[in-house]
Design a protein around this ligand. Structure first.
Ligand SMILES: [Zn+2]
Length: 901
């Protein structure tokens, strides 16, 4: 028998936050690195250490020990410490493709100051892997991945070729039993030899050649005896040649012959848990992630890149926002399989990123507004495709313009009703109000202070403020305020009479003609080909025996009929949409698991239907359904017990000229230990689903591979949309779907999880996953009990372009109010991208960077108008010149850099 090479890679797996908050784990990180650094410096036999493939651990440490940077740099330069390539070890399914790319780029950038990152796509603990990961890695120059979870049973070797849909391929080293197979090496050479031999027996049939022994596990400290005990073990025997090495060195000579090939995503539970239930716990976190990523990627970055001067690109603020989003991408963070302190922090980070993004977007829109030659309202399109859409516009005058729909009257400035007589206030109140007044003359997007007059007589002070829609910068707000303070100071007992002149305005809905991609045009009401109407039957009270047919919303493209008995609705004649199915969930943050005795509630006790808007531009109907849900799962009997009432409001919206039904469902969650799903019938039976994942749409069967330790539940994540059987669902953070009602013809409905409510980080003895996946810690916040849940999604039958659908629904056109006097023409576009989906538009110094991908299996030509530039890889290295357009292969990702505004 030949000698087996045993590569020991010392490491630690550092979840930044998980069952303890970030700062608790950081205290441990500081202690761990305080020991590791001198150990490596003093003991050359402790040859290598892998810092978990993520630069965040380095930054988190150096924030506390900045003086250690030089020592870490020296160890990295000597090849003793491997850093990066990631910034954090993200979850790959619950975040956008762009966040994955930014995570990698941030890691590579931080690693550069330590002499570079490990050139290995180390993915040790992610709960499965996206299909496009091999392409992302190749575009960053990597040829290797290291994976554990998600590998299907057909892969029966310790390495395989992993192919992305575009054909990009990396060699994937497969950690058959995880990243801790060599954790806690004993200080005893004989025991170590036995341990290696035992592990070889366990995984021997998988081994192509050497054995990779990952010496570390979650938050493990280095074992100082490692070098000595390895030397002693080598002296004891000849079966194995043990060496302490790095992943990169091991993989450089690892075998490449006889490897099986796998193409696509890795989501199998054949040998390790994929913990698919993380997609649906803490729906608030997933919604916050969707909103923050959209605000950054799809609105703030394109608007700032295209409408601000290149030297005004707010790189630092984008850096701050992206770092929050990337930190949240860590697998225990966005997955919310963590204690409440962690989840609270995650929500705050997403909120901060979104607020920064929204503020930057507003700044870019203001710049565009000021640059327009004409005055009036304009629609702005922050998406790549040219599109019309419904916008709310405030127009001046007493009359509702033609081809618009009046909305409830706009409250006046500061919420003061129009036409209100003078307000008489005392000096103290006025001083308080003055303190809260904005410093400038702009009140909201379309209201400006036009004039302020102050007059005084023996009876008091009169202040007259005129509001209007004209942009005014010359009103001396500050000096008027000063003047008022002075007068109030001199006469503290005087009364102040405030009169507000507000011109009449109308708030209306209109549908604009097509606005060019990344462009603008005047917001004027276009002709409507398919106005929307609501028809109400004479009798529409929801009592059994009466007619079920409630209001019908129709625009000639789609017809929705509300069922007043069960609160569902039909779509194109197919009934049963919107059925809310509430079942027990005795699982945990990682996995759904039905209780031993389940009780399913899917019919309401009563239903009331109200028509909120009747067209012709927009119609809305509210379905208020009262249910009685079980209150919780009993810990002893494992049955659903108790009863709680709940009012669920589902609002349906149909717009003119649009075949889409927009749905918002709201309720306050009154119960624990349950899963609420909405069931959506499929127009035709389906044997697969097509779901959006990073840079691709992936096709999945009706089943998932599992094993007794983790039931192969075919609930899958979709990032923003999923299609099956002719139905497309677009959603905001409702990541989990399952095709259900399966018979010989296939699946007949899609179930989408609106809420999964469990109270345990991990649980023991679950029917679908008997062994724990983490600490058995009660986590109250996972119940989301007492929390307002608002789920937003849209439905479209035979949707021609789900990427367009999701933008239309969740990235509406913006409206700005220009005063004129600039140079920009009334209609135009700053960037044309055709033939591919756009993932990013941003700036790299003076250059505009555009990342696109081809989500189809056919080669296409992507065009960037008349711009010229260069194709670059994900490290920004130039690949080839581009003049206007270039071919893009099936499922290929490409990044352009182009000069000019
Ligand atoms: Zn982990």
């Amino acid at each position: 028998m030949s000698t087996r090479r045993v590569a020991i890679v010392p490491h630690t797996h550092w979840d930044r936050e998980w069952y303890e908050p970030y700062q608790s784990f950081r205290l441990r990180l500081v202690r761990m690195l305080d020991r590791l650094i001198p150990l490596l410096e003093d003991d050359p036999s402790y040859a290598k250490f892998l810092l978990d493939g993520q630069m965040a651990v380095v930054d988190d440490y150096l924030e506390v020990r900045p003086e250690a940077a030089g020592r870490l740099r020296a160890l990295a330069a000597a090849g003793r410490v491997s850093m990066g390539p990631w910034y954090v070890l993200m979850d790959e399914f619950l975040i956008s493709g762009e966040t994955i790319v930014r995570d990698l780029q941030l890691g590579i950038l931080r690693g550069a100051s330590f002499g570079g990152v490990m050139e290995v796509g180390y993915l040790p603990d992610m709960f499965g892997h996206i299909a496009q990961m091999p392409q992302i890695l190749r575009q960053a120059g990597f040829e290797h991945a290291v994976v554990w979870r998600g590998v299907p049973s057909t892969v029966d070797k310790s390495a395989f070729w992993w192919e992305a849909p575009d054909g990009s391929k990396v060699r994937a080293e497969y950690l058959m039993t995880g990243y801790g197979n060599g954790a806690s090496i004993p200080d005893d050479a004989k025991a170590l030899v036995r341990r290696v031999a035992d592990h070889e027996k366990e995984v021997g049939e998988f081994l192509l050649d050497g054995l990779l022994f990952m010496n570390g596990t979650d938050h493990q400290e280095p074992q100082p005896w490692l070098g000595r005990v390895v030397a002693e073990a080598n002296a004891l025997q000849d079966d194995s040649a043990l060496e302490i090495t790095s992943l990169a060195e091991y993989l450089a000579t690892a075998p490449t012959e006889g490897l099986p090939t796998w193409r696509g995503e890795l989501r199998s539970g054949a040998r390790a848990n994929v913990l698919m239930g993380v997609a649906s716990n803490r729906v608030d976190v997933k919604q916050a992630a969707a909103r923050a990523e959209r605000a950054l990627e799809r609105r703030a970055e394109p608007l700032c890149a295209l409408f601000l001067p290149a030297d005004k690109w707010p790189a630092t603020l984008f850096g701050i926002a992206w770092k929050e989003v990337v930190r949240n991408a860590a697998h225990d963070s966005v997955c919310a399989c963590s204690v409440d302190d962690v989840v609270d922090a995650v929500n705050v980070r997403y909120a901060e990123a979104r607020v920064i993004a929204d503020g930057l977007a507003e700044g870019a829109l203001s710049a565009l507004t000021r640059s327009l030659a004409d005055a009036g309202p304009f629609a702005v399109n922050s998406a790549a495709r040219s599109r019309g859409g419904l916008v709310e516009v405030v127009v001046q005058g007493e009359d509702v313009p033609a081809r618009t729909q009046a909305l409830p009257e706009e409250p006046g400035a500061f919420g003061i009703p129009r036409g209100l007589g003078p307000l008489t206030l005392d000096a103290t109140t006025v001083r308080t109000i003055l303190g809260m007044m904005p410093a400038g003359s702009q009140i909201d997007t379309h209201t400006w202070i036009q004039d302020v007059r102050v007059e005084e007589d023996e009876t008091g002070i009169d202040v007259t403020i005129a509001f209007g829609n004209e942009e005014r910068f010359d009103v001396p707000i500050a000096s008027v305020k000063q003047d008022l303070y002075t007068r109030l100071g001199a006469r503290p007992d005087s009364l102040v009479r405030i009169k507000i002149d507000q011109p009449p305005v109308q708030r209306v809905l209109m549908r604009t003609a097509e606005v060019p991609g990344y462009g603008w045009r005047p917001a004027r009401p276009a002709e409507i080909a398919h106005p929307v109407e609501v028809h109400e039957p004479a009798e529409s009270t929801g009592t059994a025996g009466a007619g079920r047919r409630g209001p019908t919303i129709t625009n000639g493209l789609v017809e929705v009929v509300v069922d007043v008995v069960d609160g569902t609705f039909s779509l194109g004649g197919v009934p049963g949409y919107g059925r809310l199915v509430d079942g027990g969930d005795h699982g945990d943050s990682y996995n759904y698991s039905p209780p031993a005795t389940d009780r399913i509630v899917d019919t309401p006790d009563s239903v009331a239907v109200t028509v909120l808007e009747r067209g012709p531009l927009r119609a809305k109907v509210a379905i208020e359904a009262r249910f009685t849900w079980p209150e919780r799962v009993s810990g002893s009997t494992r049955a659903r017990i108790g009863e709680v009432p709940v009012d669920v409001t589902t609002e349906l919206e149909v717009q003119a000229d649009d075949p889409v039904v927009r749905v918002t469902t709201r309720f306050v969650n009154p119960a624990s230990d349950h899963r609420l799903r909405v069931h959506l019938p499929l127009p035709a039976p389906a044997d697969h689903s097509d779901a959006e994942c990073a840079f691709a749409v992936v096709r999945r069967a009706l089943v998932a591979e599992g094993r007794p330790d983790e039931f192969g539940l075919p609930t899958f994540p979709s990032r923003r949309f999923v299609s099956a059987g002719g139905l497309t669902l677009a959603h905001e953070g409702l990541l989990e779907y399952e095709l259900v009602d399966v018979d010989d013809d296939g699946a007949h409905a899609m179930a989408v999880t609106l809420l999964r409510s469990t109270g345990m980080l991990s649980r023991l003895g679950m029917s679908y996953r008997p062994l724990p996946a983490g600490p058995l810690t009660p986590v109250d916040g996972l119940q989301l009990r007492g929390k307002q849940i608002e789920a937003r999604y849209a439905l479209c039958v035979d949707c021609p372009d789900p990427y367009a659908l999701v933008d239309d629904v969740f990235l509406p056109l913006d409206v700005v109010y220009a005063s004129g006097g600039g140079t920009r023409p009334p209609q135009g576009s700053e960037l044309r991208v055709e033939g591919a989906e756009v993932s990013a538009v941003q700036r790299q110094a003076s250059l505009l960077e555009v990342r696109v991908f081809n989500p189809t299996d056919a080669e296409t030509t992507v065009s960037i108008g008349d711009r010229t530039g260069w194709l670059v890889d994900l490290r920004g290295r130039t690949l080839a010149p581009v003049d206007g357009s270039c071919p893009l292969g099936p499922f290929e990702i490409a990044t352009f850099r182009t000069a000019g505004a």
